[in-house]
Design a protein around this ligand. Structure first.
Ligand SMILES: [Fe+2]
Ligand SMILES: [Fe+2]
Length: 184
């Protein structure tokens, strides 16, 4: 009898490999959303150091994620999809986020940790949440249609390797920060 229930893809299948790739990106999205939520709970004046650290860590993590998507994930999906609009929009959204991240980093370097700094991070959060919604809601759905036009297993391996390099290069203190955040 036909069933509409969604079952987990068979281990080792192309669908399972695709899910691994998408789950890797979704895990980053969840982390980013949690960071912006955590920031809302902080008092910018009384907890200035915690704010600064959270902004620094989140911006670095977003740089890892967006670089990974731009260098590897988007091009792989682009060559497999007929519809290019979503990817074009995604790249424009990344560019806007990048500008805000650069502004935040220069504000931090110059010690301008005022209301504008918090506002900039809040606006970045709004952009990022919108972008995540489009990726998870639309782009990832298109990825399912791309099927075997993408070698998902190879893509996953390539992304894991590059992510490790980017984390090493860009994150201020990956292990410590991740542990602390998990306890929060
Ligand atoms: Fe993403
Ligand atoms: Fe993205």
């Amino acid at each position: 009898m036909p069933t509409t229930e969604k079952t987990a893809p068979r281990a080792g299948s192309a669908a399972a490999a695709r899910e691994d790739v998408l789950n890797m990106l979704i895990a980053d999205h969840k982390r980013a959303k949690k960071s912006f939520k955590d920031f809302e709970k902080l008092d910018a004046q009384k907890q200035a150091d915690a704010c600064k650290e959270l902004v620094e860590q989140t911006c670095a993590e977003l740089q890892v994620h967006t670089t990974l998507e731009e260098e590897i994930f988007y091009p792989a999906v682009r060559q497999a999809l007929k519809e290019q609009d979503l990817l074009d929009e995604a790249e424009v959204e990344h560019a806007s986020a990048k500008q805000l991240i650069e502004q935040l980093q220069s504000m931090q370097q110059q010690g301008q940790l005022d209301g504008k700094f918090s506002a900039t991070f809040t606006v970045l959060g709004e952009y990022v949440k919108h972008h995540i919604k489009e990726e998870e809601g639309e782009l990832f759905e298109q990825c399912e249609k791309a099927g075997t036009k993408i070698d998902w297993a190879a893509l996953g391996e390539q992304m894991k390797a590059r992510k490790a390099e980017l984390m090493e290069e860009l994150l201020p203190q990956p292990a410590v920060a991740a542990d602390q955040r998990n306890q929060a």
